[in-house]
Design a protein around this ligand. Structure first.
Ligand SMILES: [Zn+2]
Ligand SMILES: [Zn+2]
Length: 229
């Protein structure tokens, strides 16, 4: 039994509903999907992560494109930065990749999509090499940018702006879940093929969160919930 709550795009704004939810529900791990700050200041990372952890949960985070240089160190000072990293947590195995493909706004945490592809591919391939079917784990790819051409990457005018590198890696490795954020207006739970649930909780300010309830390493429920209900 592992219960995970994912939130995204905090942009330096706390939401009291999150703390109330965590104090009233049994959650093991909170994953923050990037854009923790709004181009800084980095002090907010410690304040925010400590307040979340004070609700009695573990906390893991990745950087977003709107977080400044030094964000991984700031996360590691108080919790664990999952960027370009793999960690086993309960019945889950988490693969993290922060930042985003290029945007029109020239933000700090952007990277060419083929570089994202190579790095995410390497992460997932490394795990496949040591995979042990006797110890089932739900594979969760944790990214800031959503995969291209999904519900999670559609901006207001209907255009898809997600990462083709992340999309390609998902097609090749078929993780069960991809948690992502970045496109604030694209709060959604959808699927890539038959294999992968793609969930974007939207901005924390709008009270969205993704709840994953893993019964054992192969069965799980996933939902988008409202923190204010
Ligand atoms: Zn954002
Ligand atoms: Zn972003």
């Amino acid at each position: 039994m592992t219960k995970i709550l994912a939130i995204s795009d905090v942009h330096g704004e706390e939401n009291e509903n999150l703390y109330t939810y965590l104090n009233n529900n049994e959650i093991d791990l909170v994953i923050i999907l990037g854009d923790i700050t709004d181009f800084g200041p980095l002090d907010f990372v410690e304040t925010f992560i400590n307040k979340v952890a004070d609700c009695g949960v573990d906390v893991i985070a990745i950087p977003g494109n709107c977080d400044p240089n030094g964000i991984c160190n700031a996360i590691n000072d108080v919790s664990f930065c999952l960027h370009n990293n793999i960690i086993a947590y309960g019945d889950a195995i988490l693969f993290g990749f922060g930042g985003s493909n290029p945007t029109p706004f020239d933000t700090p945490g952007e990277m060419d999509d083929d570089k994202i592809y190579r790095q995410v591919y390497d992460l997932l391939a490394n795990y496949d090499y040591v995979y042990n079917s006797e110890v089932p784990k739900v594979k969760i790819l944790v990214t800031h940018a959503p995969p291209f051409n999904t519900e999670a990457d559609r901006v207001e005018n209907g255009e898809h702006v997600g990462s083709q590198g992340i999309q390609k890696s998902i097609h090749e490795f078929e993780p069960q879940i991809n948690l992502c954020g970045h496109i604030h207006e694209a709060k959604s739970l959808s699927k890539i093929g038959k294999t992968t649930d793609v969930a974007n909780p939207g901005m924390l300010r709008d009270n969205g969160a993704v709840l994953i309830d893993i019964k054992d390493g192969s069965n799980y429920d996933i939902d988008i919930i409202s923190l204010n209900e």
